[in-house]
Design a protein around this ligand. Structure first.
Ligand code: SAM
Length: 214
């Protein structure tokens, strides 16, 4: 059980839904891994930097890298608080020397120091667990985490009232261009990808961004 910031969800047990390849979570994972793979193809052969907020056991990025021959061009920092998930992510990342797992509060801008600006920012499994104000604050901080042209991949459930239209508007208002939005009819999930098209410099965030509400 998490004992951080009032968290009551068991975020290690939460990963069990991945054991069923037909679960909504597994389907979401495949969409995200597809987006990561396309992004890697598009950026090849450049060296790239990734940051993942609330990375869990890191299986989205690590699962893609494991099946590619060019993983050595990827430097990444995975931010995760739960120590059991940190341990799993570290063990999964052990084969990738340029991938660090940082046990840190991803809701604090200062936790990203040295890991940003990045070329790919994963905000996966975050926006469904924080307040609307925190979502907006985080999106407003994202330009400060992005290299020019960086991609942000994010998720949010579409349970009523569907908040994804507002999230997409907030990305647009903060110099992001939508690349894709996946909203399968038979699933409540939404997966978006937005490219940062604004002009640097932006301040790296140091402020409070979000707190998980459960
Ligand atoms: C919904 S899960 C998503 C995990 C992963 N991104 C995925 O999609 O498989 C949320 C994760 O965020 C972690 N978490 C919650 N609050 C956090 C915080 N303030 N800083 C870092 N990690 C946090 C939880 O431990 C959990 O692993």
């Amino acid at each position: 059980m998490g004992s951080f910031g009032g968290m009551t969800t068991d975020w290690e047990a939460w990963h069990a839904a991945y054991d069923d390849p037909g679960s909504g979570l597994s389907r979401r994972l495949r969409i995200i891994q597809g987006l990561i793979g396309e992004w890697l193809d598009r950026t090849a052969p450049n060296d790239v930097r990734v940051v993942s907020a609330c990375a869990g056991d890191g299986r989205d990025l690590l699962g893609v890298l494991r099946n590619r021959g060019d993983s050595n061009r990827v430097t990444a920092t995975l931010l995760e608080y739960d120590e059991r998930n940190v341990a799993r992510a570290r063990s999964a990342a052990a084969e990738f020397p340029a991938i660090a797992v940082r046990q840190a509060d991803a809701g604090q801008g200062a936790s990203y120091a040295g890991a940003i600006p990045a070329d790919l920012v994963l905000m996966v499994g975050v926006f469904g667990n924080i307040s609307d104000d925190d979502i907006r604050r985080t999106i407003e901080a994202l330009p400060g985490m992005c290299n020019p042209g960086a991609l942000v991949i994010w998720t949010r459930h579409r349970g009523a009232p569907d908040f994804t239209p507002t999230i997409r508007e907030w990305f647009a208002a903060n110099d992001f261009t939508e690349e894709s939005f996946h909203a399968p009819d038979d699933l409540e999930i939404g997966v978006g990808s937005h490219r940062f098209t604004g002009t640097p410099p932006h301040q790296n965030p140091t402020q409070h961004l979000f707190t998980f509400t459960h």
